[in-house]
Design a protein around this ligand. Structure first.
Ligand code: FUL
Length: 489
């Protein structure tokens, strides 16, 4: 009997000892589940590039035109001082990590010695027909770690006689794609332009075949077109995304070269089942190609474009066209430098980093790993603030400045988009007064504030009014932009 009591006592003691350990384990918060659809690894890498560069270059550079007719003689192409290292250096100095070259524009002239046409650099006096612009760019980029290349191959070809014959032209186009994607090593983005002249011959492009060949040859490439599959067009060529801009959209609603979907492309779709972030293409000059008579946009214009593209959850694809010498003109290089300097000046100081930060709640309590301090830890994507699942009312996070207050005019908010895009509506309050009423956030949302160009206050609260699931905020910044003069815009 005594043995039985002993056994009972030992069993009870054992379970009592175990109990706190089990309930402790239950208190460890599980991370929030991802909210579908999600970006792929390549899309996430792409998004973090923020600014990439387009290089429109070809026969148009020498004929002062934008859309060549296709009848240009290859002999007009002679960039005697071409130096792709200068292109790459100018881009890298401006913080650009990807350059997309027009390997062939609508005029059909190829910047590489294609085996499938003689309408190319082969027929030009440049390097006695032995040159290859694509190769020059690839070699220059390779010598600069961190700089990648992308290619633009115009579907609309005004030179090739096969254009208009569906089978023959699609085969020709596939052959050129294959050539470009096997000859030059890794290509990070391929650009399929939906543009086509009104009187162009009728022609169906076999996009699905093109896309699958591209993926087969370059598995980590991002394919751009009006309709993706990896990156979508933003719907205009001004570099402006919608003030609501979802990276999600329904691809079934999209088609390439369809003018009626530009508004949908501009804003995306909160109910979208596909992750298809938008790219904002815009030229630093009025034209896409270099023209002697044109000058670059002002710094103030470029900054406005930056806020309306990168600051609205998109990528900025800024075109900087090489001139007829084969160089990026000095004025453009200078403007790019000023642009980078301004961005660095604005964003290198985050006033929030020295403030105390409070939140409406935090998942898993103090030691759960989802506290509001994560929004100023500099690691933008994978550490974030998460409120509790059961929190009622609006979730908020508040930055509390020193007694003398804060002086700023830009608020930066970033979502942990690796787990999906969630925030639908948000507000910013300074010392209890609403100063911004906004919608989406996504990878990065920038608000320029202050009617007089500056805001002063002590407490800045970001209130999430509506969200698809829990809002997950990875970074918050309070910045001062000395270039912001609201009256100019
Ligand atoms: C457009 C083209 O027609 C322009 O020439 C330029 O290449 C621009 C990026 O895309 O659709």
């Amino acid at each position: 009997m005594a043995n039985l009591w002993c056994l009972l006592w030992a069993t009870i003691t054992f379970f009592q000892l175990c109990k706190p350990a089990i309930s402790d384990r239950e208190q460890v918060p599980t991370p929030p589940l991802p909210l579908l659809p999600l970006p792929s690894f390549s899309q996430l890498q792409w998004q973090q590039r923020e600014i990439i560069m387009f290089l429109h270059f070809g026969v148009n550079t020498f004929t002062d035109s934008e859309w060549g007719t296709g009848h240009e003689s290859p002999r007009v192409f002679n960039p005697v001082g071409l130096n792709a290292t200068q292109w790459v250096n100018s881009a890298a100095d401006a913080g650009v990590s990807l350059l997309i070259l027009t390997a062939k524009h609508h005029d059909g002239f190829c910047l590489w010695p294609s085996k499938y046409t003689d309408h190319s650099v082969i027929g030009s006096p440049w390097k006695n027909g032995k040159g290859d612009v694509v190769l020059e760019l690839v070699n220059a980029a390779r010598a600069h770690p961190g700089v990648d290349i992308g290619l633009y191959l115009s579907p609309w070809d005004r030179h090739d006689r096969r254009y208009g014959n569906n089978l023959l032209y699609n085969e020709f186009y596939l052959a050129q794609l294959q050539e470009l994607l096997t000859k030059y090593g890794g290509v990070r983005e391929i650009w399929f332009d939906g543009a086509k002249g009104k009187n162009a011959p009728n022609m169906s492009y076999e996009f699905e075949d093109w896309f699958s060949m591209v993926k087969e040859l370059q598995s980590s490439i991002n394919i751009f077109s009006d309709a993706g599959p990896n990156v979508r067009w933003v719907g205009n060529e001004r570099g402006f995304a919608g003030s609501t801009c979802w990276s999600t959209i329904n691809r079934t609603m999209l088609s390439i070269g369809n003018a009626s979907i530009v508004d949908y492309l501009n804003t995306g779709d909160p109910k979208g089942t596909d992750w298809l972030p938008a790219e904002c293409d815009v030229s630093i000059r009025p034209g896409w190609f270099w023209h002697k008579s044109q000058t670059p946009k002002t710094l103030s214009d470029l900054l406005q474009i930056y806020y309306n593209s990168v600051g609205r959850n998109c990528l900025l694809l800024l075109n900087v066209p090489p001139n007829s010498t084969g160089l990026i003109s000095e004025v453009d290089v200078r403007r790019l430098g000023e642009f980078r300097e301004a961005i660095d000046k604005i964003f290198s100081v985050n006033l929030a980093e020295t403030c105390s930060i409070k939140a409406s709640s935090q998942r898993g309590g103090k030691n759960g790993g989802f506290g509001p301090e994560n929004v100023v830890d500099g690691d933008h994507l994978w550490t974030y603030w998460a409120p509790r699942d059961d929190e009622k009312g609006g979730n908020w996070i508040e930055i509390r400045g020193p007694d003398e207050g804060l002086r700023f005019n830009v608020v930066r908010i970033q979502e942990a988009i690796g787990l999906g895009q969630r925030i639908q509506r948000h507000e910013i309050h300074v010392d209890g007064k609403k100063v911004v009423s906004g919608s989406t956030v996504g990878y990065k949302r920038l608000h320029r504030l202050g009617k007089g160009g500056v805001v002063r206050g002590r407490h800045v609260r970001i209130l999430v009014k509506k969200s698809k699931g829990l809002p997950l905020i990875s970074s918050i910044g309070l910045h001062f932009d000395p270039y912001w003069h609201p009256k100019e815009h």
